[in-house]
Design a protein. Structure first.
Length: 234
């Protein structure tokens, strides 16, 4: 039985300070801070170098080749939101282009993550509208089939609920559950401070083998040091 097409009007969002911090921390740090979870599959790539975003998810479920529900989602968007678009089966059609980006920006949308295709990439790049997409395709779409807005979706392998925090940069896209946003922002900030100390030690010539304790690990794994390659290995 097919689910009833639904548009949910109310979206609970994370604290604004937590969202800003997560966006500044970036994908790799956030992913590590929340126990290496929430990462979307790496086939989602930014359409231009330097793209980055941190905002609240407005989720959209569309039929392949039909972008009607993206238009519907814009009515439910507000400043700082990121559209997260999926299709009910695999698609690479260009479901989002320059005109939709103009409309999205007018509603305060700051980026798009889409497990399908986009078009008008040169225009989107000139606009500085950050997009992470499965494909780039000029293949057009129709506006004929119902879908849903602000329901839980799976985008590029990650579960996304409306109001979750979306962080995107050149490393990909990661999802932070809304309720955990403040904690992950704190843990990520602590991780950055720790990494800065590690960076200084590495810059001063210390080896990770020593201060990470990896020499003991190598010994436990049976790795031996020899002065030259054994005769039988030559």
């Amino acid at each position: 039985m097919r689910p009833t097409p639904t548009i949910v009007r109310t979206v609970h969002r994370a604290d604004g300070d937590a969202i800003r911090t997560l966006g500044e921390l970036g994908v790799a740090t956030v992913h590590e801070a929340q126990g290496r979870t929430g990462l979307m599959r790496p086939y989602l790539r930014p359409i231009y170098a330097g793209a980055r975003v941190g905002g609240s998810a407005i989720t959209v479920s569309c039929q392949p080749g039909d972008n009607l529900m993206i238009h519907a989602a814009l009515e439910q968007s507000q400043a700082g939101d990121v559209l997260v678009v999926t299709t009910t089966s695999e698609s690479t059609d260009g479901m989002f282009g320059e005109l939709l980006a103009v409309s999205a920006r007018a509603q305060g949308v700051i980026g798009l993550v889409i497990d399908a295709g986009v078009r008008d990439v040169a225009d989107l790049t000139t606009m500085g509208f950050p997009v992470w997409a499965r494909a780039i395709s000029a293949q057009g779409t129709v506006k004929a089939t119902p879908g849903s807005v602000n329901v839980p979706v799976v985008c590029a392998g990650a579960i996304v609920r409306p109001g979750d925090v979306i962080v995107g940069d050149m490393d990909g896209v990661v999802v932070v559950p809304r309720q955990a946003a403040a904690d992950i922002a704190r843990l990520g900030t602590e991780r950055v401070a720790k990494e800065q100390k590690t960076r200084e030690r590495l810059r001063n010539g210390e080896l990770g083998l020593d201060f990470y304790g990896f020499r003991t690990r190598l010994q436990e794994l049976g790795v031996q040091y020899v002065d030259e390659e054994p005769e039988e290995g030559r």
